[in-house]
Write a protein that binds this ligand. Structure first.
Ligand code: PEP
Ligand code: MG
Length: 745
């Protein structure tokens, strides 16, 4: 490293420095070939080589993605190959004379998170390279990035896709948190460009990193102590994961090792981060990948502390309505923003289960994820429009797009205001029938929507959400705390807790699950099946719910019940726990009501045996319809394959509703179907009087309810369903429009 530093610091031309570097690396690694390719005019050009034909220098050129070198740059990945020609991307360049060399190792040279070149070595013998050799190459690549920038060898702002296009663009992405937003582009982090990569004094660098770690840990601890969302709950768990990383000894050790190799503190952190990023790409588990983003968040924070450039856009402050752009955000970073001005977020990465998304949802900030190259396509201050429902972001929109968006936004706002104004009005039909309109929830923060929407209560509280957002299995005390807080917030409005619906596709990283080998996880070892199989889990949850419900009415329901005996077995666990608490003289719920979710068609055939034993029934149409039609609910290709307003669905539901009503057992629908106005109207026409829906739909469904007369509705819906017409949707729409029913579309 010292020699390399001398080469770079010497008063020689850039080309000479590159030539000396390849000689030096070649000698140090004892490799016959060492080459440097740099990006020029969007193409990777051989700039210096030891071992390949010198006549190929500035002649051999590879496009991004072409050959091994192009692949390394395009994917920003490292390749380590004992037999280069065996790699599918190998492209033979005869002018280089490289056919003699069998093994190949190459690393990207990265500047501002983009590959600007490739450093590689080759050996005649077929051999794999050791970890330590790869690390040495990565270190040199980091130093080279400094040299290349200082020598103006590459155009810093030219990217592989050419200079930034200033025209209007529409980008697509993944819907993470629904909503519409308008604002100017603000980059979360003004990029920190590492100016010095080679350490002058290793001890000084060591000390700088040590101090930075101390400061970072203080910051995280402080953040944890002043968690914004009422303390406790999911955010606690987010910050716990954070703290775990911040105090991780392995991480600080790797950074110190990089400093030992001669890098500055900034470069060492960056190098360790690059490696983590590369590893992250190979991880298949999305939950684990999300946790790795938390580590990346911390790593960025550490570099900023070391470099004394702590300011993110959150700290400099948002001056106007803004849409934040970031590759990825940590939850803590998002929490630092001024909520009044932060209108939306666009991420290059991001996934539904990431902590930051849970936080964004709680803050009510729309998020579009996986927007490719957003940081290259938009510039600071550009006007941005975000329409998450359609999965798009407009960059520098033209007047026509802007006008259309503005009127849509105004419409949405007006509708929202109208619905908000209806908050205190009861969901009563024109003929005086009171519909129970409840909402679905799963996180502590969702409960706030009860007051905002005026919902009658929580008809489905998905308790597995707490398990999904936790880094470790939530213990009974933590569960109990959440349930109690939810009940406190709900006051005298009922809350129906559903016991955990985990397993299948909602696998928990910390719980070994046989489901990994399941071919059909939705029909597999999940929900109540898993809970009854793991009695400890169910007992702990039963106890947590009973304790939280002390002195009030506790409503519990069980998911995915297939046969009545499963309900009996689940209730027996609650009864046993209740008796145990009673024998200790503990305070108990005043009443416990047990309910069942009807999601498995077979259970519908057993209602006569089940209904006398339960206090309420809740129809989970999401699962029920996927089983009824044998159509995976998560597969977008099948989304159009069945209609909730098809006669098969409505006849099936009609039987359940009628039978429950006759048995005087309250019955509701808690699947997504109930949140759509036309579908909800049809359900009421079948005799349903209770709905539990997503909070954002409460306003529109309430408006629909207040505009119907159940007698007229029943007279039209029931014959249609009996006749089994295929076009019920169309006929109901026409009827509703004729009657002036508010469908909110
Ligand atoms: C359902 O299946 O309809 C339901 C409400 O449960 P979940 O969506 O959580 O499976
Ligand atoms: Mg379900």
């Amino acid at each position: 490293m010292r020699n390399l530093n001398a080469v770079i610091a010497a008063d020689t031309a850039a080309q000479a420095k590159l030539n000396q570097t390849v000689q030096m690396i070649g000698e140090a690694l004892n490799s016959e070939v060492c080459s440097i390719y740099l990006l020029r005019d969007g193409v990777l050009e051989l700039f210096a080589t030891r071992g390949l034909n010198q006549s190929a220098v500035h002649v051999t050129r590879l496009a991004m993605g072409e050959g091994l070198v192009g692949t390394i740059a395009a994917n920003i990945e490292t390749l380590n190959l004992a037999e280069a020609a065996a790699h599918p991307d190998y492209a033979y360049k005869p002018e280089t004379g490289e056919e003699r060399y069998h093994s190949f190792a190459g690393v990207p040279i990265i500047r501002r998170e983009r590959a600007v070149g490739v450093l590689c070595v080759q050996h005649a013998a077929s051999r794999g390279y050791d970890e330590i050799e790869i690390e040495a190459l990565q270190t040199v690549a980091l130093v080279l990035s400094e040299l290349i920038a200082n020598a103006n060898l590459i155009d810093e702002h030219a990217s592989a896709s050419g200079p930034a296009d200033q025209s209007a663009q529409t980008l697509t992405g993944l819907k993470l948190v629904d909503g519409m937003a308008k604002g100017v582009a603000v980059f979360h982090q003004p990029r920190i460009v590492i100016e010095h990569t080679v350490a002058e004094d290793v001890e000084v660098e060591r000390q700088r990193v040590y101090t930075a770690f101390v400061r970072m840990r203080e910051q995280i601890d402080r953040m944890a102590n002043q968690a914004e969302f009422g303390g406790g709950g999911e955010h606690d768990e987010v910050l716990e994961t954070y703290r775990m990383f911040a105090y991780d000894e392995g991480w600080s050790r790797r950074i110190n090792e990089a400093i030992d190799s001669g890098l500055t503190a900034e470069a060492a952190i960056e190098r360790v981060q690059q490696r983590t990023r590369m590893r992250m790409r190979q991880i298949d588990d999305p939950l684990l990948r999300d946790r790795m983003h938390d580590l990346e968040d911390l790593s960025n924070r550490l570099i900023r502390i070391v470099a004394g450039q702590m300011q993110t856009a959150a700290q400099t402050g948002l001056r106007q309505d803004s849409i934040l752009i970031a590759r990825n955000l940590g939850p803590a970073e998002l929490l630092e923003y001024d909520k009044r001005r932060l209108k939306g977020v666009i991420l290059e990465e991001g996934s539904l289960t990431a902590h930051v998304i849970i936080v964004a949802r709680a803050m009510g900030v729309p998020v579009l994820g996986r927007v490719k190259d957003i940081r290259q396509r938009a510039s600071e201050g550009d006007m941005l429009l975000l329409d998450v429902a359609r999965g798009i972001a407009h960059v520098r929109p033209g007047t026509a797009t802007l006008d259309a968006f503005d009127s849509q936004l105004a419409l949405t706002r007006k509708r929202r205001e109208r619905f908000a104004a209806m908050r205190d009005e009861a969901p009563v039909t024109k003929d005086g029938v009171r519909i129970e309109l409840m909402m679905n929830a799963g996180l502590r923060e969702d409960v706030a929507a009860l007051d905002l929407t005026g919902a009658d209560g929580i008809g489905l509280f998905r308790t597995e959400f707490q398990f999904l957002v936790s880094a470790t299995m939530p213990q009974r005390e933590r569960q109990q705390r959440l349930y109690r807080d939810v009940l406190d917030a709900a006051g005298n409005r009922p809350v129906i807790f559903r016991t955990v619906d985990i397993g299948g596709d909602k696998a928990l990283p910390y719980m070994r699950n046989d489901a990994e080998t399941e071919e059909n996880p939705a029909m597999g070892w999940r929900a109540l099946r898993l809970a009854l199989g793991r009695e400890g889990l169910m007992k702990a949850q039963a106890r947590a719910l009973l304790e939280a419900g002390a002195g009030r009415t506790l409503n519990v329901m069980f998911p995915l019940v297939s046969e009545p005996w499963e309900f009996e077995a689940a209730r027996a666990i609650f009864v046993e726990q209740r008796n145990w608490l009673a024998s200790r003289g503990k305070k108990l719920p005043n009443a416990i009501r047990y309910g069942v979710m009807l999601e498995v068609p077979a259970l519908a055939e057993m209602l006569d045996a089940l209904l006398p034993h339960i206090d309420f029934l809740s129809i989970g149409t999401n699962d029920l319809t996927q089983f009824l039609f044998a159509a995976d609910r998560a597969d977008p290709r099948l989304a159009e394959r069945y209609d909730w307003l098809s006669p098969a669905v409505l006849r099936f539901l009609s039987r359940i509703i009628v039978q429950s009503n006759e048995a005087r057992v309250p019955v509701g629908v808690c699947g997504e179907m109930g949140g759509r106005t036309l579908e909800a109207m049809a359900l009421i026409g079948l005799g349903l009087r209770r709905l539990s829906i997503t909070p954002t739909a409460i306003g529109s469904v309430k408006a629909m309810i207040r505009s119907i007369d159940t007698r007229d509705l029943e007279a039209v819906v029931q014959p249609l369903v009996r006749q089994g017409n295929r076009d019920i949707r169309q006929q109901l729409t026409e009827w509703a429009e004729g009657q002036g029913v508010e469908l909110g579309v």
